[in-house]
Write a protein that binds this ligand. Sequence first.
Ligand code: CTP
Ligand code: MN
Ligand code: MN
Ligand code: MN
Length: 411
Amino acid sequence: QTSQAEVVVFSVPSYACQRRSTLENHNAVLTDALALLAENAELSEEEGRGVAFRRAAAVLKALPRPVTSMTELRGLPCLGDHSLRVIKDILENGASSEAESTKQSERYKALKVLTGIFGVGAKTADRWIREGILGLQQLQESGQTLNRAQQAGLEHYDDLNQPVTKADADVISEIVERAVVSVLPGAQMTLIGGFRRGKLSGHDVDFLITHPEEGREVGLMPKVVSWLESQGFLLYQKTTRNSYLESKDGPGRPSSNMDRFERCFSIFKLTEKERRRTKHPETATENGLRTVSTPEPDPHSRVQISERSRCEDEELEVDQTKQAGHKLWRAVRVDLVVSPISQFAFALLGWTGSKLFERELRRWAGHERNMSLSSHALYDNKQRIYLRATSEEEIFAHLGLEFIPPSERNT
Ligand code: CTP
Ligand code: MN
Ligand code: MN
Ligand code: MN
């Protein structure tokens, strides 16, 4: 029983998809430690433990102010014994000894370095570590056979481990838009992933492409890729074709969380020239959709004059960069996904993230509504019907959830 002096300080619903999680975080010290332990668990293929830490961190991130004592945490969901121990350690000693020793461990450091190579996952990294490979130098000397993705990952290691800025994401958007308009006028392209959630940096840039007429999107990806390739924008690409229709999954029983859209994992070559070319990225419309169109020349000469002088300044900068011996481009990871318009809302919701938000949506659907949600469809297991939707709002409504906009899905 609680005494009168005690008040219930925080109240947080248990599913992350019931909460509004902005980028604001009043408990970064606590969530950083939990995120590190989550990452270590994921890299060690202990998914369950990873999710538990992620859920705990997400609850702390949702609090309106910093936690100062353990009593404030009473009644909060998703805080298991292990997470509570970590939090207690930090509140009492200023740091988590477990997080600190993990961070310093040879195994964690090696896993970070090796999985920092595009194309290298936890399994491969673990195998290499067991063979005594702890770093890039050792990997190169080991004579391990690397696949094409890993070779590209190693070659562009530094660039790909450098965060992508929103400004560079906008430049890439312009390039992808030019590609799409060239191969299929009327197609629509939407920025998805972390940048759609309003993040200012990310590890890659994600795009969803569709066409308002069902079926017109078929065959689009190879054309977009060829265009990008012909313009010299691609350092690497791997396209996987749509396998949704031929998959043996039951209606609500996808065999994995991987979706089956036609998609392309790529590495873009982003040049200074392209950065200077993009001046005013169009602002996205409310639902994030942009109809692809050829950009019109700016009718305001004043604007053009000021832009010319800006270009001249930048040319000078480029000259100076050249003299300093820096390279004039960077490699950027880009993910492209093509969806038919009938599945667009599901693809948009499924690809906007965050990863935990998506996981929680699917858990809510299954456990609380007896429904199966994927990036393709929503299936009602009781009524045995697919629930149609043409917007994210409708999907939340089908699920009996309050609509959470992308900027508040930063769990
Ligand atoms: N996703 C997916 N299937 C994959 C990879 C990713 O459905 N094989 C989804 C994730 O669930 C997420 C979105 O694609 O919703 C974006 O993934 P990712 O680019 O990895 O993460 P971001 O949230 O964009 O974060 P970052 O800024 O680090 O890129
Ligand atoms: Mn606040
Ligand atoms: Mn991303
Ligand atoms: Mn991605």
